[in-house]
Ligand binder design. Sequence first.
Ligand code: 5AD
Ligand code: SF4
Length: 471
Amino acid sequence: MHLPNYVDARRRENNDYKRVEFKFDDKIRNKYLGKTYFLKTYGCQMNEHDSENIDALLIELGFSKVDDYEDADLVLLNTCSIRENAHNKAFGMLGRLKHLKEKKHNLIIGLCGCMAQEASVVEDILNKYKYVNFVFGTHNLYQLPQILDSAISSLRQEIEVFSKEGDLVEGLPVVRANSYKAYVNIIYGCNKFCTYCIVPYTRGKERSRAKEDILKEVDELINSGYKEITLLGQNVNAYGKDLYSDYNLGNLLEDIAKKDIPRIRFMTSHPWDFTDEMVSVIGKYKNIMPSVHLPVQSGSNRILKLMGRRYTKESYLELFNKIKSSVPNVAISTDIIVGFPGETENDFLETLDLAQKCKYDNAFTFIFSPREGTPACKLKDDVTITEKEERLQRLNEIVNKYFLFNNKKLEGKVVSVLVEGLSEKNDMYFGYTDTNKLINFTVNRDVKIGDIVDVRVTSAKTWSLDGELVG
Ligand code: 5AD
Ligand code: SF4
């Protein structure tokens, strides 16, 4: 048994990890043929992509996937720690699984992902959720086959969570959820330690994948007909810092853009690591999508300092304007937290002012959620929850107004759309524009899912566009 702790998780040491090639243990391949599994994924794209590896590992063990947890022999929850409600959802699901296990004694239950890296969660599982059969963390996903096999054979609770990263594992099998859009990890972990955030503890230090491994994966995706790749990382703009002195996200984007792939996206970008060179590469290549997610978190310099964000409202705006002027038709989205401990009405008004200046194309807005073990959790917080909810609502009114404002500007214009599917009523197709806006559109000829087509925008709504196929 290995249990996690934040003291080790906080440590950032030199590059003491190795690149190792994954090998599936042939002794257990197909051992569970005939058994079924249900995998529930919470949280961000990183978790979604990890779940694509988990699917592949379970399938190699012989399991087949079902869509209803009540039909499964194995239920695995890939969890998220970012805010309390993500926690609550996973614990709520564990409660439902307890009832199911009372009727179905052989049910195997597992928990992995970010919550597994939290000492308090693992302690609860050991003491109160004894019916959970196994737990593994974000650093040892590749050990899932062995951990699951040993939980099933020993009938003991298997808890294997490492606080520190260990090796960087390449060559994990993957079953991609989509046949034309793919996620590609470029950097794991985060070294920023924003004071509210649990990610640096649950995902470890920044570790970049070797550029050769990334470019090889991109080539394989292109050969398999993929149209869009999204480069993933907690902070993609730190790519390469730990590995190279002269190769960064700008170089990687440029190397990928020269390949025959129509759409390249990347997320998430920390404003601190955004260089002029990266901005100019994004503006230079047509296949790098004009869409940048640039979390600001707050418009108050006092709060930004308390958050440990390393920039000011002014320097953020400078970067924002640089991206706007260098990347034609760029859409910029953001994340904003309201109700950080001690946030005053004046601090909040600074955030509203920034939202008004930036007129974001999209914004994810949150109420601060204290995460145990982070510095912000210990700060005195005298803002009431009613005030926080009211601030969130005031902020949402403003950001929503600008979503519609930006969408309206597209009316009558022709946009490029990657076709994703048919609407529920089967009368329209839907897809995403290059600027990552959802669009529903009518067609007058056959289109295929995965095609990139031109669509004229006929009307704009707050969260989507309507249009008609051109040509
Ligand atoms: N409380 C509220 N929101 C948070 N985020 C991260 N940590 C917290 C927290 N403790 C938000 C940030 C981040 C996004 C992924 O989640 O805005 O950019
Ligand atoms: Fe969390 Fe900040 Fe790292 Fe983003 S940059 S994952 S908010 S610590």
